[in-house]
Write a protein of this length. Sequence first.
Length: 127
Amino acid sequence: MDKAVFDKGLEIRKSVLGKEHVEKSIASADAFNQPLQELVTEYCWGWCWGRETLPKKTRSMLNLAMLSILNRPHELKIHVKGALRNGVSRDEIREVLLQVGIYGGIPAAVDSFRLAREALNEYDQGK
């Protein structure tokens, strides 16, 4: 593990997903899934999100589209909240999800809109 990349990833991960969520994920890791937490933090957040070519806002919008099409509801809700933290507006979230309907199918968009609305409400309530 590259500690510098991991530490950078941990900082980015907390800034996008929220400190409480990330610390809970890491604290609840056990011998079985600890390597996954390290991989996600170092590789996804440190190496990929840590690159400066795309701003976090753009990365968030890409994630919303990909997670919608991949039918990953838990991750989609987390990343809707992260997108808001990264400056993505509700209107932009809506536009991303409309585009999901065109390229990923209407059922994917319908589910994603429902999940996004839940995430937006939770975000507004401080959850």
